[in-house]
Design a protein around this ligand. Sequence first.
Ligand code: HXC
Length: 514
Amino acid sequence: MSLKQFIQDLRERKEIAKSGGGEKAMQKQMAMGKLTARQRITSILDKDSFQEYDMFVEHAARDFDMDKKTLHGDGVIIGTGTIYGAPVCIYAQDFTVAGGSLGLMHSRKICKIMDHALKMRVPLIGINDSGGARIQEGVNSLAGYGEIFFRNTMASGVIPQISVILGPCAGGAVYSPALTDFVFVVDNISKMFITGPSVIKTVLGEDYTMEEVGGAKVHCEISGNAHFYAKSERECFEQIKKLISFIPRNNQIRAKKIEPKNPTVRKKIENIVPSDPKLPYDMRNLICSVADDSEFFEVMESFAPNIIIGFGRMNGETVGFVANQPMVLAGVLDCDSSDKAARFIRFCDSFQIPLITLEDMPGYLPGIDQEHMGVIRHGAKVLYAYCEATVPKITVIIRKAYGGGYIAMNSRHMRADFVFAWPTAEIAVMGPEGAANIVFKKEIESAVDPEAMRQSKIQEYKEKFANPYVAASKGYVDEVIEPAETRSRLLHALEVSRDKVAYRPEKKHGIPPF
Ligand code: HXC
């Protein structure tokens, strides 16, 4: 054959390999409102940047007449490309080929691109759309998942790992996404569960739809398994690109600096917090008033909304915000919000992203439900994560900082580098009402007018403790600042902390209260 003929032959082979499960299966995929695996990859990556590998890999199954079947690419596409010019490794399961089910060669392809990602220190994006372990391949399929889980764990904290659920992700398959840093889901398309409706029906006799068991909303609002929710695949891809723009490629380098568009235009900060300390306000406005271009990229927006986590930039550099949300449960810490905050803190710490904590909360959520759910164990995760973190850590106490909440929310004692407080800050063991009821119980009960006595004792307690000056007099708060100074103080604190060095004792690893 001439070279021309060789090339023609190669092109024809590639066309066949790219045909996936065939036209009919592709049409079925699209009829479900889903893009094909290759469309998904090219929609996420920079135009024309995708380079595919292992296109000609075939499955190795021999039983159940599988030897008579051709599965193009064995149901998964792997490759490299760029997002905003930065390299990433990516794979996408192709549901049109045997339902994207995972057999030996399928898993080897995924492992190959995972190994590349870790070796080249670039982010890994995995698109899941699969019926799970390929039934005909038995233990080889299970082994494949195990190999993926091991690699997810080895890569954790070294490169960012992103999972996108764009179809079924069932059984043990869900544990790869669960081991990664961020999980993206899309309304109506994502279905993620250990046991689906049919198993639940068989075992428990209960009827549920797939959406009810593990739809996108379930994982964003109830289970906390997903971090980003989108209405369409296109919207999801934009979210992925945005996330990539905020985070570094690996744990050895900082996120790319992106200069603010309007450095001088700022939202007014003074009017966000109401003067009545009992009234709530949206903490997101406060975050936006300090972040570059008022831009805040929230993570896990709908799960445990009493705490807010997400990325912003300060003078172009990425920071992680952790902030109480007074609008929901007064911003208390509970089991879910503790888990949410702790994991985010650890992500930021692993990837050199400084942490800014904005505090306004009355402590941990009281109640028997929380106690029985393990608020002690979950709450301890926040303490652990902040104490362990060695990135620059700055706290601004806006209003309430009571009890365990004061300590937990990156206090000086958790080794905050800078703690600022607004003059409206109330730093005390507990709220003035509760404190007065306990400390002055006898005086209140024996008073001629108990209510008047209670109010006067509340006032007395407030004046004595519920302010920032006692903490400032001990050096626990570094400076009481005016609200309008917040951004400039934060910028300066970040600037002087850039080359921070913090030591922790050497160990194999700690034992966080998982
Ligand atoms: C082999 C599979 C498959 C699987 C689907 N297919 N799942 N082949 N192994 N696990 C094949 C189908 O036979 C069919 O092939 C094609 O994919 C499309 O599947 P359909 O059923 O026609 O599609 P749909 O109606 O959209 O239903 C999708 C589905 C369903 C909900 C995912 O296929 C399903 O329930 N699959 C089984 C899910 C499951 O129980 N997986 C095992 C989980 S346990 P043809 O040739 O007809 O096109 C597990 C353990 C992992 O994963 C443990 C790791 C630690």
